[in-house]
Ligand binder design. Structure first.
Ligand code: ZN
Ligand code: ZN
Length: 354
């Protein structure tokens, strides 16, 4: 009898279908509760636009950066999927299978719960891709550009290293802007010229960003000149030329700046280097210098034997004339007589290099 009583107390029936049940949801069994509920819904066919050149995706009325094709297909399905608003803790597995170049069959499995009742569902949908060239790619292929960055050097030709560094800076800046969503921040083309390089940019803003990044590295300055090139929708269209000038002096140049002979270490807004007469550090605002002239390059230096050190002066053997010359001893000199040192001959005399 004990057993019978216990059994009656826990035994319950679903009022709707009459079957046994232990757990009830809204007073009916799980089957009855979820029976008329849909966890996920999807159109039979989902359409999406992808750029075949760069993988960009047309979404919410504009082109946006895309990813791998399968990921984009999955995102199309997700965007079109209707999920029951009451459902919680949803787990989804979306499996795309390519049918041909523009169609995918996509299987979706979903799990979740509604008011605590576990529910799962599965469905199949098809994704149809419309391959369309995006705004950026059509501009690039059409030769469109908004600005030109003309990289030159002040009173000299830029070196090959400087130009290739400028190009890689420009590419980095463009890539960063694109990552941030400026899809038109592309480099349309580059043109190497005897006097420098021209960088054609798809976005005016990018031209300025490139100039700033190059100046951060090399110093120098830029000016911009806009040119009216037409009209679009009643607005004037400008193309901007950025005249970028790398500084006249570079690391390793021997210059005379207002009477001080310096080996240049850096030149931008400031000129920094080593005063070759005293060996002291030199640092001046470039614009404050009245008279600056290049005397030579570190590469012009020759080896010479240090003959004697006498207080503030030293004697070296000129490697060409074999005459003994006396010059001021710079602070950095720590070589014993009899050894070789590097000297550079300039219009302003002979100097020891550190
Ligand atoms: Zn029931
Ligand atoms: Zn594209």
């Amino acid at each position: 009898m004990q057993h019978g009583v216990y059994w009656t107390m826990v035994r319950s029936f679903c009022p709707k279908c009459g079957s046994d049940a232990d757990v009830f949801y809204d007073s009916v069994c799980r089957q009855c509760f979820i029976g008329n509920k849909t966890l996920i819904e999807s159109p039979q066919v989902v359409y999406g636009r992808i750029c075949p050149t760069c993988g960009a995706v047309f979404r919410k009325g504009r082109w946006q950066a895309g990813g791998a094709e399968e990921d984009t297909v999955i995102s199309f399905v997700k965007e079109n999927l209707k999920i029951n608003g009451e459902a919680k803790n949803i787990d989804m597995l979306i499996t795309p299978k390519q049918l041909d170049y523009s169609r995918y069959k996509v299987h979706v499995e979903a799990k979740g719960d509604i008011k605590g009742a576990p529910i799962d569902a599965a469905l199949d949908t098809q994704v149809r891709i419309s391959w369309e060239t995006c705004d950026t790619c059509s501009r690039i292929s059409g030769g469109y550009f908004e600005g030109i960055v003309q990289v030159r050097a002040d009173n000299r030709l830029p070196t090959h290293e400087e130009l290739s560094k400028c190009l890689s800076i420009a590419e980095d800046v463009a890539a960063r802007s694109q990552e941030k969503g400026d899809r038109l921040a592309f480099i349309a083309k580059t043109e190497e010229l005897p006097e420098g390089v021209d960088i054609y940019v798809g976005l005016i803003k990018l031209g300025k960003q490139i100039c700033r990044a190059v100046i951060d590295t090399f110093g120098g300055k830029y000016t911009e000149s806009p040119k009216l090139v037409g009209q679009k929708n009643g607005l004037d269209l400008y193309r901007i030329t950025y005249a970028l000038r790398l500084p006249e002096f570079v690391r390793g140049d021997i210059i005379i700046a207002d009477g001080t002979v310096i080996e240049v270490q850096g030149c931008g807004k400031h000129v920094s280097g080593i005063d070759l007469e005293t060996g002291k550090r030199f640092m001046e605002n470039f614009n404050d210098l009245m008279d600056v002239k290049k005397l030579g390059r570190r590469e012009d230096a020759v080896s010479a034997v240090l003959v004697a050190v006498e207080g503030r002066t030293i004697q070296v053997l000129d490697p060409h004339t074999y005459a003994t010359i006396t010059i001021t001893r710079p602070e950095f000199l720590s070589v014993e007589p009899g050894n070789e040192i590097k000297i550079v001959k300039t219009d302003k005399g002979i100097f020891v290099l550190p």
